[in-house]
Design a protein around this ligand. Structure first.
Ligand code: GDD
Ligand code: MN
Length: 242
């Protein structure tokens, strides 16, 4: 327990139809964060989910208190990238953790990210599925191919110096995230990739921690053809401009 520490971690949870997953992820987050003795808040950014995710979030806010559970909903589905930006604006922590709310990202890795960050005062710590100790479970061949393909192409074109560009389980210094966000042009899933490329461009230090990504049990992925198209477009754009 580091009671005197002034570090605070704002954990951003973007949700779109995550009614079943939200109570479990929030419970896990609170258990692991309390166990690690770090000060934190959980910011839920729901984009008008038709399945009633926001009602579930409101109940969680009542249970755990509005210090810990901060609701910052938006009217409609405006995309993952802008959901992070919206959440970040309301964050009171000096560090920001970004993760999926569907239990694909296990909260147990967050204390590891924090340790890693502290070890050399890194600007960014990125979870990686593509280093020893990391992995993906439950994806079909097509989905693995998309992820591998996206990473391979971006590695080839952009030489980012990080092994997992499309992953979205990361820890940022808030000031660094703000700087990165203000220079990012993407709005959807490609946001993750662009962020890490920009980090390199600005000379921020990026470290990696192996994570296991487990495919969701409840609900479905929102990644579709248009997100893939956006990704390729953004990759070429970054190739041409950075
Ligand atoms: N608020 C909001 N708005 N949340 C969203 C939106 C949106 O438009 N779209 C997706 N989400 C939320 C989901 O509810 C979930 O918590 C998280 O963002 C990730 O969405 P998924 O639909 O579960 O993504 P995935 O599992 O297909 O993709 C994962 O892997 C990709 C490639 O490795 C994610 O980690 C992606 O970020 C990653 O790029
Ligand atoms: Mn998912």
């Amino acid at each position: 327990m580091d009671e005197g520490s002034s570090e605070k971690y704002s954990i951003l949870l973007p949700t779109y139809n995550e009614r079943e997953n939200l109570p479990i992820i929030v419970w896990l987050l609170i258990s692991y964060m309390e166990k690690s003795g770090n000060n934190f808040e959980i910011i839920i950014i729901d984009d008008g989910s038709p399945d009633g995710t926001l009602d579930v979030a409101k109940r969680l806010e009542k249970i755990y208190g509005s210090e810990k559970i901060v609701l910052r909903p938006r009217e409609k589905k405006l995309g993952l990238g802008t959901a992070y930006i919206h959440g970040m604006k309301h964050a009171t922590g000096n560090f920001i953790v970004i993760m999926d709310a569907d239990l694909s990202h296990h909260p147990k890795f967050i204390p590891q990210f924090i340790e890693k960050q502290k070890s050399e005062d890194f600007d960014v710590v990125s979870g990686t599925r593509y280093l020893d100790g990391g992995g993906v479970y439950g994806w079909d061949f097509k989905r693995k191919l998309i992820s591998r393909g996206a990473n391979f192409l971006s590695q080839l074109l952009l030489r980012p110096g990080a092994s997992d560009l499309t992953g979205s389980f990361r820890l940022y210094k808030k000031t660094v995230l703000e700087k990165l966000v203000s220079s990012c042009v993407s709005k959807g899933y490609v946001f993750q990739m662009e962020m890490i490329i920009r980090a390199r461009q600005f000379g921020f230090t990026v470290s990696e921690v192996p994570i296991t990504f487990v495919d969701r049990l409840y609900g479905e992925s929102k990644l579709g053809g248009s997100e893939i198209f956006q990704f390729v477009k953004a990759m070429l754009y970054l190739f041409a401009t950075t």
